[in-house]
Design a protein around this ligand. Structure first.
Ligand SMILES: *[C@@H]1O[C@H](CO)[C@@H](O)[C@H](O)[C@H]1NC(C)=O
Ligand SMILES: *[C@@H]1O[C@H](CO)[C@@H](O)[C@H](O)[C@H]1NC(C)=O
Ligand SMILES: *[C@@H]1O[C@H](CO)[C@@H](O)[C@H](O)[C@H]1NC(C)=O
Ligand SMILES: *[C@@H]1O[C@H](CO)[C@@H](O)[C@H](O)[C@H]1NC(C)=O
Ligand SMILES: *[C@@H]1O[C@H](CO)[C@@H](O)[C@H](O)[C@H]1NC(C)=O
Length: 290
């Protein structure tokens, strides 16, 4: 690198920099020889391969311990939540009896939801189980007893709320049906001594004189024990979730009614302060008469 001007000139600094980048005398690139660079690259290559290997190994071991048929982590102590059908954006059933369009969506929603409950379909896919006892189908040791059968829940068991005898589910007469389901929990045993859990609904706050008489289907609003335990989506492919229908026979019109339904069971704990959705569901009902 030859410099004609004085040592402190800009050309000299430029020259030094160029020499740092590539020194033709020592054959150094940015101050290191090719061997040095090669060793650095090799080190990082080995290092990252090692990290990737560790990651793959950990994932592999973790996946080995996962069971396709059962969630590895599940809190068995909590009481499951409940949900209603028809369900809109909010938990609110609000309609006018004389305005067909105001409840047509609810009827469609129930029709779709209940379609797989058709008696003909249930007979094809599921068993007619003995009631009031668990339908136990355990695996024997390492041998999986899969796929597991499920019990029939016939649409006609919902009687007035089945959409068969009254295809508008009572909405056209101001006596709406609401379906209630208990969220699925694998392995849950919701009752003992042959007593099935049952649903009761009541009015919240000062609405108790507005809610009127209720009818429950199946009788007493029970989730029969034969639908439990649930073994999971993959093991029990045709599982049909049991339902309870509540029909409001004489609810007051033109007023908001806040309804709460809850599960009564001799094994599931009541929902506590910490989880106010456990074992219960609340919704608003409003029936307008014009
Ligand atoms: C159930 O029955 C209704 C009429 O009652 C029908 O529209 C629907 O397609 C049926 N669903 C199935 C799955 O068979
Ligand atoms: C469901 O309906 C079918 C056909 O009507 C009937 O054979 C079957 O016994 C019913 N199942 C239950 C559990 O009621
Ligand atoms: C599920 O239902 C189908 C008919 O829809 C039936 O062929 C099959 O055997 C059923 N599987 C089980 C495990 O019940
Ligand atoms: C409903 O409950 C009453 C009183 O607890 C009982 O006598 C009756 O047998 C029950 N009905 C059904 C169908 O479980
Ligand atoms: C229906 O409710 C009204 C009050 O909202 C009451 O006056 C009437 O007696 C009730 N009818 C029946 C059959 O319960």
């Amino acid at each position: 690198c030859l410099s004609v001007s004085s040592p402190r000139s800009a050309g000299s600094i430029h020259c030094e920099w160029r020499e740092f980048f590539w020194n033709p005398r020592t054959h150094e690139l940015m101050g290191r020889t090719a061997t040095s660079w090669g060793l650095i690259l090799l080190f990082y290559l080995v290092f990252y391969l090692f990290l990737a290997g560790m990651f793959v190994l950990t994932m592999y071991i973790m996946l080995l311990t996962l069971d396709d048929y059962k969630p590895t982590w599940q809190d068995r102590l909590t009481t499951p939540g409940m949900m209603i059908r028809p369900k809109g954006d909010q938990l609110e059933i609000s309609f006018s009896v004389s305005n067909t369009e105001s409840w047509d969506g609810f009827v469609q929603n129930l029709n779709n939801f209940l379609s797989p409950y058709n008696d003909s379909y249930q007979v094809q896919t599921n068993d007619n189980c003995p009631p009031d006892q668990y339908f136990i189908q355990e695996d024997s040791g390492e041998v999986r007893n899969n796929p597991k059968r499920s019990c029939q829940f016939n649409r006609t068991m919902l009687e007035e709320c089945s959409g068969v005898s009254d295809r508008f589910y009572g909405y056209s007469r101001g006596e709406p049906c609401i379906l209630i389901k208990l969220n699925r929990v694998i392995g849950m045993l919701p009752g003992k001594d042959g007593q099935s859990p049952y649903v009761t609904c009541g009015a919240k706050r000062e609405d108790s004189d507005k809610i009127g008489r209720l009818a429950y289907y199946p009788p007493n609003g029970t989730f029969n024990l034969m639908y439990y335990p649930y073994y999971g989506k993959k093991a029990q492919v045709n599982y049909t979730q049991p339902l309870v229908a509540v029909k409001f026979l004489n609810a007051s019109v033109n007023t908001d009614i806040y309804v709460e339904c809850k599960i009564n069971s001799n094994t599931l704990a009541d929902g506590n302060e910490r989880d106010k959705f456990a074992g219960r569901v609340s919704f608003k009902l409003r029936i307008n008469d014009k």
